[in-house]
Design a protein around this ligand. Structure first.
Ligand code: ABL
Length: 491
């Protein structure tokens, strides 16, 4: 569309828009058609697939679904949303726990990015060009097959690269290599006003900072440049079962905290997994079983944990060991789980907080007959790549947190019960009861849709929030790119 055509169209649209949402829909449909942006028609099978959320607890209906295959089409779609007075949301993998890829509410223009999933590694620079709808399994497989490369990222293969890496991106390489966001070195971005910019540490560095941690609020990344590292030649994954109780758990948690803060080497990434049926530590070690044993010994000495199994294999096979679905998905895609989830990022878990946490786990936990579990990732620590990443280069606010806990309460058939929520709400509130606000936060990649917008902003963005609010005022004062937990502008 030329500039003059935009102006002409804008005139038509202003009168349409004032007549309300039916006309907003006509306006956006008309604009997308005039701009040759590919769409999926409401009610078609592709539309139904596009709007199928990972978490069916939260379903929303967009006003239109654009399915671009080029950066110019993403731009044209954003301009149409602006002209039609419609909010716009990009969906990469669609795994947001709050269905933010659908907008987190009805009526957004959804830009379905999953047709754009190419990954190309430059064999001289080892920099990867990644399209924004690539899923982590595809990224991992492609980087590995194109020269044995990798980025730090999660192991759920269906998760989209965009939401994951624009809001942190923790995974089984993080203790050595930090977050997925740390590997982004450049981005081509469509801003809320429809302009295309390129950002890096030296171009619009404030935008680069904001996108690396709070990305969905600041633009639609249309293409990434990721730096990569050589995938380790040998990876050992392992399990250590444990059975603690209300008496032993607080002391063992204290030992775990001490270990993470002082000894746990970078080559080891590990988490505790606890469900009603089992509890174990699991993780990846970049090296062989002998190295792993040396890395774990100080913790075992203090806690009596026993290594139950080790498997030494390739990086790719270790990745698929921790995959929860087909390991190289592109599109179409339909994986779903029905659940409620919350998170806690903690500087530590000791004293009264540890006792409260342990009491809830062992006393209230067994009263929940659904498939609940928590994962406690040893996110920070003396040798953690997350802790030791450059704090000034990203808005990710939790580098000072030792633990990342994900709480998950799932049903395997039917819908999530409306009286189910207090179970996890109380798990979290009991744990934080005596803590200073600055000692904990939450992770937006495990979004809790039931937080108020105010609570969500401070829990997700912590000390980065004031600067993010100012940048929101600069880049998207009209809240074109937002959702019910989006950052609100402060001039
Ligand atoms: C995550 O962030 C975790 O790291 C995964 O382990 C977790 O996967 C997903 N998110 C959930 O959205 C789950 C599987 O989907 C479940 O089937 C499994 O029971 C659970 O992990 C525990 O292993």
């Amino acid at each position: 569309m030329t500039f003059m055509e935009h102006i002409a169209l804008a005139g038509v649209l202003v009168s349409l828009v004032t007549a309300g949402s039916v006309h907003r829909r006509a306006a956006i449909d008309g604009c997308l058609a005039n701009s040759s942006v590919p769409v999926d028609t409401k009610g078609s099978s592709t539309w139904n697939a596009d709007i199928k959320p990972f978490n069916p607890r939260l379903t929303y209906t967009p006003v239109a679904v654009a399915v671009p295959t080029t950066i110019a089409q993403i731009q044209a779609a954003v301009i149409c949303a602006q002209l039609s007075g419609v909010k716009v949301t990009a969906k990469s993998g669609g795994h947001s726990y709050a269905s933010f890829g659908l907008g987190g509410e009805d009526g957004h223009l959804m830009i379905e990015l999953d047709r754009m999933f190419n990954v190309t590694v430059n064999s001289t620079t080892n920099i990867a060009i990644v399209q924004p709808g690539a899923r982590l399994g595809h990224v991992t497989n492609q980087l590995y097959s194109q020269g044995g490369r990798a980025i730090s990222a999660g192991t759920c293969p269906g998760v989209g690269v965009s939401g994951h890496s624009l809001h942190g991106g923790y995974g089984m390489s993080s203790h050595k290599y930090g977050l997925a966001t740390d590997w982004i070195i450049g981005m081509t971005v469509v801003l809320a006003n429809g302009t295309i910019v390129h950002t890096s540490t030296t171009e619009k560095s404030d935008l680069f900072w904001a996108l690396r941690g709070a990305g969905s609020n600041f633009g639609i990344v249309a293409q990434y440049e990721f730096d990569t590292f050589a995938a380790p030649s040998q990876v050992t994954y392992f399990n250590m079962n444990f059975r603690w109780n209300t008496t032993t758990a607080p002391g063992n948690l204290a030992a775990l905290e001490n270990y993470t803060k002082t000894f746990m080497p970078a080559d080891l990434t590990m988490r505790a997994f606890v469900s009603s049926g089992s509890s174990y530590f699991e993780g990846m070690f970049f090296g062989n079983a002998t190295g792993l044993k040396a890395a774990l010994q100080p913790l075992q000495d203090k806690t009596g944990l026993v290594l139950a199994s080790t498997t030494t294999t390739t990086f790719l096979k270790a990745f698929s060991h921790y995959s929860n679905a087909a390991t190289d998905p592109t599109t179409p895609y339909s994986f779903q789980q029905t659940f409620y989830s919350k998170s806690l990022m903690l500087k530590g878990l000791n004293g009264t907080a540890a006792k409260n946490f342990v009491n809830y786990w062992y006393k209230v936990g067994p009263t929940n007959r659904r498939g609940w579990w928590f994962q406690l990732d040893l996110h920070g620590g003396a040798f953690s790549g997350v802790t030791n990443g450059d704090h000034s280069l990203s808005s990710y606010a939790h580098r000072d947190k030792l633990y990342l806990i994900q709480f998950y309460d799932q049903v395997y058939s039917g819908s999530y019960p409306s009286d189910g929520y207090p179970f996890l709400d109380n798990f979290v509130s009991n744990t934080t009861a005596g803590m200073a606000l600055s000692d904990w936060g939450m992770y937006i990649n495990y979004a809790d849709n039931r937080l108020s917008q105010t609570a969500a902003q401070s829990a997700y963005y912590g000390s980065s929030l004031p600067r993010l609010q100012k940048l929101k005022a600069a880049y998207d004062p009209g809240l074109t790119l937002t959702n019910p937990q989006g950052i609100l502008p402060v001039a």
